[in-house]
Design a protein around this ligand. Structure first.
Ligand code: DON
Length: 561
């Protein structure tokens, strides 16, 4: 009788545990990890860490590897931002964002009637900003590296020369752009063929460019043969980049945006990236609400985040631009009283139309005017890097003889006040084009601390959706107790003031939630092709282990030990 009862209990328990939804976890490691858009790049970065290199050594190796295996966004012809936190708690940020050429001017994308010329800021040589990535990695090497530069770049050189296998997603992506590569370039680039999964992509000219960088340092890119090839080709295609532009480019160390949200301390990128300021505004707007009473991804949740996002993106459009050029009231914009005031018009009963929301009033202020990778090393240092050519394969200009793709970052400027860029973002004078100015970015490489210790490293590509994807991942983990991979897998949504729609990932939100939102006056846009970001993140678990979150919307992979 007793035996039968125990058997029954055991069977019941085993049914119960098999029914319980298995908790999703990403790669868990003891000491160190690299999460990036491609397994080859994550492996190269992780191997550098295993050799005794630090997070900065791994950053350099991963960055160059992505320039080879992930040409859609990995780059030497683009730029980006890095936020770091060392094991002693010191933190900082590096801006290696592209700059407008010296001869660039406010109206360079307008026709004689003052209208924006279609595609001039997105496709071809006119769209190109002065690349910052190579200057960026050399700054990192000078300040923090522990291994010789040549050891960090060599794996990428080898990968470019011997080639790597194209993935299915990559084949689809490359094939979708053949026509653009053909239109923009005056020779047949290495990217033009009908790609199938498993094809080998070799890039000999890129290998040689990387060798010049290995042998001559920053000069191997900004002067000498590489610079000649770049300037000559851009000129041949009608662009305006000069030798002087390249020689003058400098990456800049900046003070990151740092703020508290509940029990957490958040360190994120400052201008010319808008990510940190917008993230601070949105999180502070949400902070007074008790999320434990609001179900994740419910109508109320979408509503609250949307209204906070709407107000922040309205400020972004008006106030934000390159702080080396315009006076941005950063403290006022992230002040709690100001943000609470902005949220006063929020109502649970109906949407606030964007037409009724403009930028907030800042007293006493007078205006004068992507791929992401996360790394934690075995010493406890962390880097969060977002880098990009802007849209996929940037301007589609592949420098003849040098094998690398140039960005189309100039489109991140506001070509004309009120006219949306490719991400639908509008801007004002603060983000107008000017000689040598940096264009406003949405990139949001972020590090979160809890109780003074490293807690999370996070970031993503996704244009204007970058900020809101980082936001949702911070909330998934901090308010909804999700693990890192579980968080990355969650469906995401986005609102950016204009256009006045909530973009939602298809099939991620239930019909009831959507119809309730529509009843409240929200417009919803759900498209099959719409992927909101590819988040690559690392979470420090309570026992000190690391959990990777690698976004399966892409080929992203975590590797570590
Ligand atoms: O800096 C920015 O905000 C954009 N150039 C980022 C582009 C991007 O994330 C593209 N990825 N989908």
């Amino acid at each position: 009788m007793k035996k039968g009862y125990i058997l029954f209990l055991l069977t019941f328990l085993s049914i119960l545990t098999s029914c319980k939804k298995e908790k999703i976890t990403g790669l868990i490691t003891e000491k160190a990890m690299v999460v990036s858009a491609r397994v080859e790049a994550s492996k190269i970065g992780s191997a550098i860490l295993e050799k005794g290199g630090n997070a900065y050594d791994a950053m350099i190796a991963t960055h160059f590897a992505l320039a080879v295996v992930y040409p859609v966004a990995g780059n030497i012809g683009g730029g980006g931002f890095m936020v770091y936190r060392n094991n002693d708690g010191t933190k900082g940020a590096l801006d290696f964002r592209e700059k407008a050429p010296i001869t660039a001017h406010k109206d360079m994308y307008l026709d004689s009637l003052g209208n924006v010329i279609d595609k001039k800021s997105t496709l071809g040589a006119h769209a190109v900003g002065i690349p910052g990535s190579v200057a960026g990695v050399f700054e990192v090497h000078k300040k923090f590296s522990s291994l010789p530069f040549k050891d960090l770049i060599q794996p990428a050189i080898d990968l470019a020369r011997t080639g790597y296998k194209v993935t299915e997603k990559q084949a689809i992506s490359l094939n979708s752009k053949t026509e653009y590569f053909e239109t923009v370039n005056n020779y047949k680039t290495v990217f033009e063929k009908v790609w199938k999964v498993g094809d080998i992509l070799k890039q000999e000219e890129l290998a040689q460019t990387l060798e010049r960088i290995r042998d001559f340092g920053k000069d191997g890119f900004y002067t000498g043969k590489t610079a000649d090839l770049l300037v000559n080709y851009v000129t041949e295609l009608g662009g305006i980049i000069s030798h002087q532009d390249l020689e003058k480019y400098e990456a800049v160390w900046r003070k990151p945006v740092e703020f508290s949200y509940k029990d957490y301390n958040i360190i994120s990128m400052t201008l010319p990236a808008s990510g940190g300021i917008c993230l601070a505004q949105i999180l502070k707007a949400i902070e007074p609400f008790d999320l434990s009473k609001i179900k994740h991804n419910s109508t109320e949740y979408v509503q609250l985040l949307t209204e906070a996002e709407r107000r922040s993106y309205a400020d972004r459009a008006h106030y934000l631009g390159d702080i080396d050029f315009v006076n941005v009231p950063m403290d006022s914009l992230t002040n709690n009283n100001y943000i609470n005031q902005r949220m006063k018009s929020f109502s649970w009963d109906k949407a606030t139309p964007s037409s009724e929301v403009s930028h907030g009033k800042i007293l006493g202020f007078e205006s004068d005017e992507t791929t992401h990778y996360s790394i934690v090393d075995q010493f406890g240092n962390a880097v969060s890097v977002t880098t990009t050519l802007n849209t996929g394969y940037g301007s589609k200009v592949v420098v003849k003889g040098a094998g690398f793709i140039l960005n189309n970052e100039m489109d991140d400027f506001s070509s004309k006040p009120g006219v949306p860029n490719i991400y639908g973002l509008v801007g004002s004078k603060a983000n107008a084009i000017a000689s040598e100015k940096r264009m406003l970015s949405s990139m949001t490489p972020t590090i979160v601390e809890k109780e003074g210790k490293l807690f999370m490293v996070v970031g993503t590509p996704g244009g204007s959706t970058i900020i809101t994807s980082v936001l949702q991942n911070i909330l998934n983990v901090t308010a909804y107790n999700m693990g890192m991979q579980e968080s990355v897998n969650q469906p995401r949504f986005h609102h950016q003031w204009l256009p006045d729609v909530i973009r939602m990932e298809p099939n991620g939100f239930d019909a009831k939630t959507k119809s309730k939102l529509e009843t409240l006056g929200y417009s919803i846009l759900e498209r099959n092709s719409l992927i909101i970001g590819r988040v690559d993140a690392i979470l420090v678990l309570p026992n000190g282990q690391l959990e990777g979150g690698a976004d399966k919307r892409g080929d992203d992979t975590a590797v570590g030990f």
